[in-house]
Design a protein around this ligand. Structure first.
Ligand code: HEM
Length: 508
């Protein structure tokens, strides 16, 4: 009875408010929201696919309610341009769920910051200091070390007599490259030794990452129904404990770097050194420095693994494409040396393979949620201030109105038409576009292309014994980032002389 007395007025307020909004604004159409919960229980787990289906029912722009929170989803390149170019500034705030708000201390980092003076300052720091072509080039040996370490470890595993003809779980190898690359880039640390054993600090780091994912993944009902939040106080404690653990490890690493710099007088290329030396000039709080370092980890680790895993699945499924990429590598590199990033310019087909994989399988298919900081119009509809806006880049990249045979994995399409992948062509937006475009896009492209190039130059890849290429499962798992539902298994057969499989380690 008491619950009913609470819920009835709540339902009444919700109905009155949605009626008021409907009369005041011309909102995009969409599924009818239920009182209190809105459409939360109508959304299927793989959200971007559900939205792509809904766009056929309700049109390319539609409304969907999380509780009473209005969300707008756009599903065509034209509408994406209206969001990310014509109304870029008004739609550049972020929606922060409770976990992301608490973990980012209300947007004191970059990813979760609203558009404003803090964001502009931190973004400028990223563009002018962290992701410059010079720093990317300076960090190249580190990436090449990790990619060759991957080749070395795949070679050792697939040539063991007991593994002959057996398939490998690709995600293990790709995940190690992404993990080592990001920890070295941000913290200047390789937590993993040459045998693949992770040290104590690395175990703590891994624990923090997986705990962060666990907390972030809980799409708690209370997040969208503010008046139920009091029921979830325990979650706040969890989040505070998580933050304390993350800050402790990060401060320890920051201190190690400060001591090393004082001792040697040298500033290294890693982000932690860069941020500590720029902290005063840019007036960054410790929370912002820690927030930025963890932003790079959360945004840059899984996305890389995911991109390469999908690309390899497509290459195993499409032996014609695999062979064509290998022929290019053999022609340009030959078989008495290994590929480096300096070879990219002479490997256009390889670059198209990476692009085509990112088209069909964008790791963040709905980008990250933007929020309107003013009333705007998109596609002739009102988007009231405070609405959350999602761009369904997955649906756009498969729109038959924008692409010929969109579901076909055909890298040649990019040889026939040069389509920009870094925010200038609204049909292809794996990194987003506009002022919130991914700052790590070039770094990610370099690493993904390098991993693919090495995997293809060194090995031929085929499905596990008894599995035909057609049987490889290309379904997605739910989540903000889109892993393959069934992790890819593939058989590696070496194709170069044995001495070219050794890791090329560097100390940076
Ligand atoms: C293939 C790999 C990657 C993909 C597909 C990707 C994609 C994206 C997308 C779609 C966004 C959101 C854009 C928006 O909201 O409008 C984003 C934001 C971001 N990405 Fe990436 N990313 C990748 C790799 C990386 C890497 C390697 C780093 C850094 C080391 C990074 C750092 C960031 C940061 C800091 C943001 C937040 C930008 C902001 O809010 O202003 N990303 N990324």
């Amino acid at each position: 009875m008491a619950l009913l007395l609470i819920l009835l007025p709540v339902a009444f307020i919700f109905l009155a408010y949605s009626l008021y909004e409907r009369l005041r604004f011309k909102l995009p159409p969409g599924p009818r929201p239920k009182p209190v919960v809105g459409n939360i229980y109508d959304i299927k787990p793989v959200r971007f696919k559900c939205y792509a289906e809904w766009s056929k029912l309700y049109g390319p722009i539609f409304s969907v309610y999380f509780g009473s929170q209005l969300n707008t989803v756009v599903n065509t390149a034209e509408l994406a341009k209206e969001v990310l170019k014509d109304n870029d500034q008004q739609l550049a705030d972020r929606y922060r769920s409770r976990p992301s708000a608490r973990m980012s201390r209300n947007g004191q980092d970059l990813i979760w910051a609203d558009y404003g003076p803090h964001y502009v300052k931190v973004r400028k720091l990223c563009n002018l200091e962290l992701f410059t072509p010079k720093r990317l080039e300076g960090l190249r040996p580190l990436r090449e070390d990790e990619v060759t370490a991957m080749v070395d470890s795949i070679f050792k595993d697939c040539t063991k007599p007991e593994n002959k003809g057996k398939s490998l779980l690709m995600r293990n190898y790709l995940g190690s490259v992404a993990f080592n690359n990001i920890t070295r880039l941000t913290f200047g640390k390789r937590f993993m030794n040459s045998e693949g054993v992770v040290d104590e600090q690395g175990q703590e780091f891994k624990g923090i990452v997986s705990n962060g994912i666990r907390i972030g993944a809980k799409l708690s009902v209370a997040d969208h129904i503010p008046w139920l939040r009091w029921m979830f106080v325990g979650e706040n404690e969890d989040l505070d404990k998580h933050n304390a653990r993350r800050d402790k490890l990060t401060r320890m690493i920051m201190e190690e770097h400060t001591l090393a710099r004082q001792k040697s007088g040298n500033t290294k290329q890693h982000f932690v050194d860069a941020l500590l030396t720029l902290q005063k000039q840019y007036e960054l709080s410790d929370d912002t420095v820690i927030g930025l370092l963890w932003d790079m980890i959360t945004a840059g680790m899984d996305t890389t693994t995911i991109s390469v895993e999908w690309a390899m699945a497509e290459l195993v499924k499409n032996p014609r494409v695999q062979q064509k990429a290998q022929e290019e590598l053999d022609r340009v590199i030959g078989s008495d040396r290994i590929m480096t990033e300096a070879d990219f310019a002479k490997l256009p087909y390889l670059q198209c393979v990476a692009k085509e994989a990112l088209r069909l399988h964008p790791p963040t298919p709905l980008m990250l949620p933007h929020r309107a900081n003013a009333n705007v119009k998109i596609g002739g509809y009102d988007i009231p201030k405070g609405s959350i806006v999602h761009v369904n880049v997955w649906a756009i990249a498969r729109d038959p109105a924008a692409w010929k045979n969109p579901l076909e994995f055909r890298p040649e399409r990019f040889l026939e038409e040069d389509v920009d992948i870094k925010g200038h062509d609204y049909r292809l937006l794996p990194f987003g576009a506009g002022r919130r475009i991914c700052p790590g896009a070039q770094l990610a492209l370099n690493l993904v292309t390098s991993m693919l190039g090495h995997l293809l130059h060194h090995f031929t890849w085929s499905p596990p014994p008894g599995v035909s290429p057609e049987e490889i499962d290309l379904e997605e798992s739910p989540g903000t980032v889109t892993y393959m539902r069934t992790p890819l298994q593939a058989v590696a057969t070496p194709r170069l002389p044995a001495h070219l499989y050794n890791r090329v380690p560097v100390e940076l």
